[in-house]
Write a protein that binds this ligand. Structure first.
Ligand code: HEM
Length: 386
């Protein structure tokens, strides 16, 4: 009896889905638009967006409820993405919808458009430059100097920012300082931890990848002992780790920490694909979908294959940011991209060189249904010294 009931439900489900979707594409119903498809796929939004964009040649207009602002145009077409995000395009902005949804970021870099954004970005790079400068001073300082610090050598970026400086600009208000610190923290911590988790998940499925990473570390890095750990003795050598870089690119292609990016169209426009976009239409850039398009990455696009990033000469293949879009493209490209690779490689080498990471059996690995592409239930591993 139970078997018949189960089969009955299964048949009903299949027929119902076919009825709701039209050859795999959402059906547009009177008044409610394509919302039924959305509701049926609430448990796997990333998969549904990727599948819909693939079936519609990379661009699809999703109709929401009649007379409400719930429609959007989704695209994973690199030409459209390049056009929407290019520096001379001021038509597509984050806009007020974005601000409402991401008010946690306040008025700082992530939420700003136009001149305000340019200023915040300058502050970010100033922070990066000053930190780099500070680290190099500290490295070369003698022990005597360390014992009697000179006021001029004393780095204090926060002081510059708080009291006003030619690079950081005039003293900002307190809420902006708070928002900027929250931005830098969230920008780096979530993206970095999510990439790392998927990275270890993917290499646990392919022993050969881990073996190749270990061989590369042995070939190119000299290690020094710091307490019980061996870590790279020279961070510049990390740039020689082409295969490890390729493995991170491949992780970010399949599991980008930020799976979607939204913009609002501020005046009527046409995309390079020929689609018309009306004023106030929301545009979704399917970053996650782009990494899974056969038309962009070939038939093996679902496979984790660092080799696809390495040329015949053994060099890293640099894809255009509007195709490999995990860090976005154009003037809003991630300000911490280079730093991220440095940090990820440094941490990965320290872990892989010192430990064996064993994935615990029986875990159900799937992504969260969220604006960040993290694992739903975390990832359990057992770490053992080598
Ligand atoms: C794997 C790691 C990372 C990934 C995949 C990543 C990805 C991204 C993406 C997609 C954006 C665009 C977001 C938007 O405008 O809506 C972004 C922006 C940004 N990221 Fe990252 N990020 C990473 C790590 C970092 C780190 C480590 C830092 C800082 C230390 C950082 C700093 C920033 C900043 C400041 C922006 C704003 C840029 C702007 O709006 O002009 N990111 N990142």
């Amino acid at each position: 009896m139970a078997v018949f009931l189960y089969l009955g439900f299964l048949m009903f489900g299949i027929i119902f889905l076919r009825f709701i979707d039209n050859n795999g594409l959402p059906r547009n119903w009177p008044f409610v638009g394509m919302i039924p498809t959305l509701i049926l796929n609430l448990h796997r939004p990333h998969h549904k967006v990727a599948d819909t964009l693939k079936r519609s040649n990379g661009t699809f207009f999703f109709k929401g409820i009649w007379f409400t602002n719930t429609s959007y145009l989704g695209t994973s077409d690199p030409e459209n993405v390049r056009y929407i995000l290019s520096s001379d395009n001021s038509v597509y902005l984050k806009g007020s919808e974005w601000l409402k949804q991401f008010d946690i970021f306040g008025e700082a870099l992530f939420n700003s458009d136009g001149e305000a954004r340019k200023h915040h970005r300058k502050v970010f790079y100033a922070l990066d430059d000053v930190l780099t400068h500070y680290i190099s001073i500290q490295r070369h300082k003698s022990k005597e100097l360390m014992a009697s610090p000179n006021e001029d050598d004393d780095f204090n970026f926060v002081k510059c920012y708080l009291t006003g400086h030619e690079i950081t600009g005039p003293t900002p208000k307190e809420s902006l300082i708070r928002d900027n610190i929250a931005n830098f923290f969230l920008a780096s911590v979530y993206t970095y931890s999510s990439t790392f988790t998927w990275f270890f998940y993917l290499i646990s499925k392919k022993d050969m990848v881990e073996i190749k990473i270990r061989q590369e570390i042995k070939r190119h890095l000299s290690m020094k002992q710091v307490e019980s750990l061996q870590i790279p003795s020279n961070f510049d050598d990390l740039s020689k780790l082409t295969y490890l870089h390729a493995a991170f690119n491949e992780t970010l292609r399949l599991f980008p920490p930020i799976p979607f990016e939204f913009r609002t169209c501020t005046k009527p426009d046409f995309l390079p694909s020929g689609h018309r976009v009306d004023r106030n239409t929301r545009v979704l850039i399917g970053i996650h979908a782009m990494g899974r398009m056969e038309s962009l990455w070939g038939e093996d696009c679902y496979e984790f294959k660092p080799e696809r990033w390495i040329s015949e000469e053994g060099k890293l293949i640099r894809e255009s940011p509007s195709k490999f879009c995990a860090f976005l493209a154009g003037p809003r490209i991630c300000a911490g991209k280079e730093l991220s690779f440095l940090l990820m490689k440094a941490t990965a080498t320290a872990i892989i060189h010192n430990y064996n990471v064993h994935v615990l059996e029986g875990q159900n690995i799937s992504p969260k249904n969220s604006v960040l592409y993290q694992m739903k239930k975390g990832f359990m591993v057992r770490v053992k010294n080598i």
